[in-house]
Design a protein around this ligand. Sequence first.
Ligand code: MN
Length: 489
Amino acid sequence: MTIERIINKFTENHPQEDTTALTLAFEFADMAHRDQTRKSGEPYIQHPLHTAYLLASIKADLSTVAAGLLHDVPEDTSHNLEEIESLFGSEIASLVKGVTKLGTLKYRGIERYRENLKKMFLAMTSDLRVIFIKFCDRLNNLRTIESLTPEKQQRIARETLEIYAPIAGLLGISQLKWQMEDMCFKILYPDEYHELEYKYEVEKKVERNRFFQKVKNIIIPRLIEAGVEYELEVRFKHLYSIYLKMKEKKRKFDEIYDVFALRLIVPTVDDCYKALGIIHTLWKPKSQRFKDYIAVPKPNDYRSLHTTVFGPENKSAEFQIRTREMHEESIYGLAAHWYYKMRPGANASYQQPSWVQEIIDVQKEISDTDELVKKIKMDIFHNRIFVFSPKGDVFELPEKATPIDFAYAVHTNIGNKAAGAIVNDKIGRLDQELKNGDFVDIIIEKKRPYPNLAWLKFAKTKRARDRIKQFSKKSTLTNIKRFIPGIKN
Ligand code: MN
C-alpha cells in the first residue's frame, strides 16, 4: 500500500479537498514507526496505510483518514498525542486519542460483552468516527492474522464475530460487517468455509453467469423501453450468511442456494417501483417474498424493494431494487449518510439512531467527563438493552422490553404473527422481560390474522404499541373493548 493510492481513493469521493494533511500524516507516521516491523515481517507502516485506505474506501472524511494513518503512533512509538495535536490540530488529535482510549475489546462472556459495548458507545460520545477507525484497524489485523499462533487467531476471530461485526451491523455498515464475518468464518470453521467456497465459487459460477445473461437479455430492452436508467449486477451472497442459514434450517447447500440474486440500481424512487412493475409483468412473483422496505424501512434504516420471482427456466430469481443513494447507505451505513449530507444539494434530513442522538445531546449539556460518563451510564445504558436475533443481528430496546417488542423491531409481520418466544434456547413467554445480551427467536403462527390487543399490557416500545393499535383502529373498537377491559387508545 502507498500513500498515493490512499490519496487517489480519497479524491474519488472528495474531489475538491486539499490532501496535504494526508501526505504530512503519512510522513510523520512513517518516521515514527520507522524501525518497527509486524509479526509477518513487513514494515509496520503498512498497517496504518491499509487502515487509512479502508477508511478512504468507506468514504470517510479527511480528518478520519489522517487519524487512520496516525492511529498507532501514541501507543507504539516515542511520539505522543501532544505532538500530534501541535502538528495536525485538535480534530485529528482527538480522533487518535479516541482510538487509543478504546484500547482492546475482548470477548469474555456476556458480562464483559456489556462492558465492551459500553466502551464502544462511550467512544462514540467523543466521535462516531473513532469507531470507524477501530473497525478498519481490526479488518486489517484480520487480513494479516496468518502470522499469529492458531490460538491467537481464534481468539481474535471470536472477538470480532461477537463484538465488532454486530456493532458494524447496528451502525448499518454492512460492507464491514460482511467482510469481518467471512474472514472470521474462515478462521473459526476452515473446513466448512472451504467447502462452501468451492461450491459457491466453482460449481455454481457457470450456471450463475449463464442464467444472469438470460435475465439481462430479457429485462434490459424493457427497462430501456420504459426509459429507466439502470445498473444490473449479480449479487454475491456472503458465505457466512449461507452457512448460518444452512445451520438454522438444517438444509443442504443446494436447497438453500437455489436462488439467483440480482441487484438493480436505478436513479429515483419512482424508477424503483417502475422497475418492480416491469419485473412482475415479466415473471410471476412469489407472493410471500415481496418486501417494500422503501415505504417501511428496517429499524437500521435499510431501504430497498425485495422480490423473488419465477424467472427464466422457472428458476427463482431474487431482486433487490434501490437507488444509488440507498445502495451506498446499505453498504457504508452512517459514513454514507455523512457523505450524502455533505454533497451540494443533498437533503440533510437524515437522523442518527436514537441512542447516538441521545449520547450527543447529553454530551452537549455536560462538559465534565466524569459526570458525563455517569450520566450516560445511568440514563442511556441503564434503560437500554441490546438483544440478538438468531442470525446475530443486534436490536436496541428499552429496559424491560419483551419478546413482543423484539418481534416488532425485527418486522411488523413477525410481530403480528408472533405466537411464542425462544429466549437463550429455552422456551419463553411473549410477556417476559428481556435482559441485555439475550438471544431471542420468535415463533410464528402463519395463519394468525392480526395482533393480540392484550399485548398492549406488556409491549414497551412505541413501534410495537403503534402497530398493535393500528389494528384496533381498523376494527370495531367497541367490540374489542368489551372483551379486553382496561385498554386505552
Ligand atoms: Mn492498529
